[in-house]
Design a protein around this ligand. Sequence first.
Ligand code: ZN
Length: 243
Amino acid sequence: MRYLVLSDIHSNLEAFQAVLDDAGPVDEIWCLGDVVGYGPDPNACVDLLRSQRHICIAGNHDWATLGKLDLRDFNPDAREANLWNRKQLTSEHLAYLDALPETLVRGDFTLAHGSPRHPIWEYIIYSSTAEVNFQHFETPYCFSGHTHTPVIFRLQANSEAVADALPPVLNEAIALGSERLIINPGSVGQPRDGDPRASYVLLDDEAMTLEHRRVAYPLETTQAKMLEHGLPLRLVLRLGYGW
Ligand code: ZN
């Protein structure tokens, strides 16, 4: 089966649509949460996701729109955009987000928005955090998002505790291999690694390969909608920098 693994759409419809078009036909989407927040199209993004065959877990921004997280823990811009997203979302879409599980396991893969240890909140930025987290899931591989930065953490062979951070190879299917991995597909709707293009992963669980990809999208359209709705300027501008 061929899977589209993506995370952190953040109400960015243009980026999400570009990823779907670029990925081509897949058997299922695995969405790692934060469907909403930050961007201008929360309902359209939930609609588009729900129109596809998919599974999805909850992210911190999804929970915040539901009042399941304290918005005082968000920075002022994120908080303002989240409150705006909350106001737009239909009760049906809020109910959909409310029903999302914190983690899922599919075959050899565990899915967690932040980390398998603390699925909603923890950021796996450093190898040291990844090393601890390898003890918190049972499967060989884990997908997580939340940092908006594509990366692969690989637990070294013959080691219970040392992980390397590997930069993603773009547009090339690589073997998953025999070592345990924590794979971050990056963010669809608000990349933060200096590359403004939408980021995602294609997974083939028969060939046992994965491929990191980037695709440009008409971000000026997204920015214009954000300005129109009065969303924070810093959030508008950062899309152009990929930060
Ligand atoms: Zn996010």
